[in-house]
Write a protein that binds this ligand. Structure first.
Ligand code: GLC
Length: 475
């Protein structure tokens, strides 16, 4: 039986701010279902709900040494869906108002990474694979290679590093290499990128396999346009790279059972979807009109999510007979822009400026068209979740959006959404207008498309097998 320790900075349902949390909360369970001993380790953030804390068992307390620091680390665990989750406790580092964005994030995650390796003898688990994710856990892959590789029980562990988004790399000044990361100068060439410490670069060099979250993004990040500066190092390590499309937890995102929506439905009978739409309209004071096309966005309001395209054409779009709902928060300029739209189009548009997982499910269920015009998108999960709830994705052809959504072709009724190619606001607007026209004029065909889209298999089943094949290659 293969054993995998998945180290991540977040995992649903315990702590999550985005797609990485979804993946860390669902891929390991899919691996377990296929017979792996899959376990996950995340920090014990103070935001983790009391109801999960009550289920946790205390395993041990260890001391974690990093340079001159020598700190307490409590190891707690609980089992969920066949997966053992470990939570690493240190209140100085993890009792914070927010999970990220603290001045000492580098030190916090260095502590976490070192603890991930140090806890292994105490929990008596030396996995076949240490699977790290994004820059927060990149140091675990680096420590494994540079500090632990010579130690007997560690030397057999192989490492896989997954890039969920190459734009966040963990870049620091060299002055903290030894003092904070406990990496003596002999490691400089491993992490050096353009004269700075780059933790993602270090993991790329140290890992045995590098994965990213869609085949298309794996190709894209080899190019200067997408690599955020890392294309040379990726080029040198291209033999390690594989792109595996993420899946979603189809039980958690299931309109037939989801407790977060007011009516349940399936692809055979989606009348409950109309109830969800009416509930959202009522709750947010939009006219309750069942046949009005509702276009939704659920997204971090960041420019790489395509917000400037939306900014450019939303006025024009709202000349149409549609409703528009956005849920999310992020860069202040976009929050302001959407609030302004809501003011100006008060009977058509709503801007719900918050991150709200429960509410997001009502928005997926209520809407007809789900807009995701990302400039770059490593995988994207929202288009898959939207599909599951019968909201037809309209996406730009990039990264995982390209791999998961194919443009609808009326002549043979193939495709599972609407796509546009260029990062161009009017190309997006035309696609939106076509989709709205299609929905209002071809009712039966639209319903057939909704039914088809709801049945597309976005579960982990296939991709989890691909991970297992990849693990087997390196064990
Ligand atoms: C990041 C990416 C997103 C991906 C997610 C999970 O949030 O931006 O595209 O779906 O990670 O891999």
């Amino acid at each position: 039986m293969k054993s995998i320790l998945f180290a991540a900075s977040e995992a649903l349902p315990f702590a999550s701010t985005g797609g990485l949390g979804d993946v860390a909360g669902s891929l390991p369970a899919a691996l377990a279902k296929l017979g792996c001993d899959a376990r996950v380790v995340i920090p014990l953030y103070s935001s983790i709900d009391e109801k999960y804390r009550r289920e946790m068992h205390f395993i041990c307390a260890i001391r974690v040494r990093l340079s001159w620091r020598n700190q307490y680390c409590g190891v707690f665990s609980l089992v969920k869906d066949g997966v053992t989750y470990y939570f690493l406790d240190n209140e100085f580092y993890f009792k914070r108002v927010s999970m990220y964005g603290n001045y000492d994030d580098g030190e916090r995650f260095a502590f976490f990474c070192k603890a991930v390796l140090d806890m292994m003898p105490y929990i008596d688990f030396f996995p076949d694979i240490l699977h790290t994710n994004d820059w927060h856990t990149a140091l675990a892959a680096i420590y494994l290679k540079r500090k632990y590789g010579q130690i007997e029980r560690y030397s057999e562990i192989r490492s896989v590093h997954t890039i969920h988004n190459i734009e966040y790399q963990g870049v620091y000044d060299f002055s903290i290499l030894d003092d904070v990361f406990d990496l003596p100068p002999s490691n400089a060439s491993i992490v050096d990128y353009n004269g700075l410490v780059n933790l993602t670069k270090g993991a790329i060099v140290c890992c045995d396999r590098l994965t990213t979250v869609s085949p298309r993004y794996a190709e894209e990040i080899m190019t200067e346009t997408f690599a955020s500066g890392l294309h040379y190092i990726l080029g040198e390590n291209s033999y390690k790279i594989v792109g595996i499309l993420n899946g979603i937890d189809v039980d958690y995102y299931n309109p037939a059972t989801d407790p977060a929506i007011p009516a349940h439905y399936t692809s055979d009978d989606f009348s409950g979807k109309a109830t969800c739409k009416a509930e959202l309209q009522r709750r947010y004071g939009l006219p309750v009109e069942p046949d009005k096309p509702m276009i939704a966005m659920i997204s971090r309001l960041a420019s790489h999510k395509g917000m400037n395209l939306v900014e450019r054409i939303l006025d024009e779009l709202l000349q149409q007979d549609v409703q528009f709902v956005v849920l999310g928060k992020g860069e202040i300029q976009y929050e302001r822009f959407f609030r302004g739209i809501e003011e100006r189009y008060n009977n058509k548009a709503r801007a719900i400026i918050e991150y709200n997982k429960e509410l997001s499910k009502l928005v997926y269920a209520a809407s007809d068209i789900f807009l995701m015009p990302s400039r770059t998108e490593p995988c994207g999960l929202s288009q898959m979740i939207a599909s599951r709830y019968g909201s037809i994705p309209l996406v730009r052809e990039t990264g995982g959006l390209y791999d998961s959504i194919k443009n609808y072709n009326p002549s043979d009724r193939s495709g599972n959404g609407f796509t546009f190619k260029n990062y161009n606001a009017h190309e997006m607007l035309f696609a939106l207008k076509d989709a709205v026209k299609f929905m209002t004029e071809s009712h039966e065909e639209w319903e057939a498309l909704v039914r088809h889209v709801m049945n597309v298999d976005f579960s982990w089943d296939l991709s989890a097998e691909r991970y297992i094949d990849m693990y087997s290659e390196i064990i």
